[in-house]
Design a protein around this ligand. Sequence first.
Ligand code: HEM
Length: 147
Amino acid sequence: MVEWTDKERTTIQDLFSKIDYDAVGQATLCRCLIVYPWTQRYFAKFGNLYNAAAIMGNADVAKHGSIILHGLDRAMKNMDNIKAAYTDLSTLHSETLHVDPDNFRLLSDCLAIVLAARMGKNFTPEIQATIQKFMAVVVSALGRQYH
Ligand code: HEM
């Protein structure tokens, strides 16, 4: 059972209240698909992912990035029981989509980099620590079928 301090809760809630889900989601998924090209195999139905420009201009990628951020929103609203909140998402990713759970951590690193770039000096080590803790719980809940 993960323990959250009041400060960590406030940090996560504050962060989600300020970020633009569409823009951050798109930038995060694009970065993941470009930096770790093997992740593209799961998104074959999204059409042209031929190069960085194609990925960044792909409307399905943009839409799915936003869906991922809304998925994280679900964890943010259920910080005390992320595993339960993610039961269906975990089953979907493991049993239906067969996503290698290592990829969750890659996406999570891309999110941290996107937030760092957008927040600049406001992305303090303390804030980064809280985000990384939150994403570690998300990654573990999403991939739990494998452990
Ligand atoms: C780590 C955070 C992640 C979150 C919060 C997340 C969340 C979601 C959500 C909310 C959906 C839609 C579920 C539905 O339609 O009911 C979804 C679908 C999907 N996810 Fe993830 N996901 C994550 C990571 C990944 C990664 C790393 C990959 C692959 C590299 C991936 C591949 C997919 C695919 C292929 C779909 C189905 C897309 C479609 O059919 O349109 N996800 N994800």
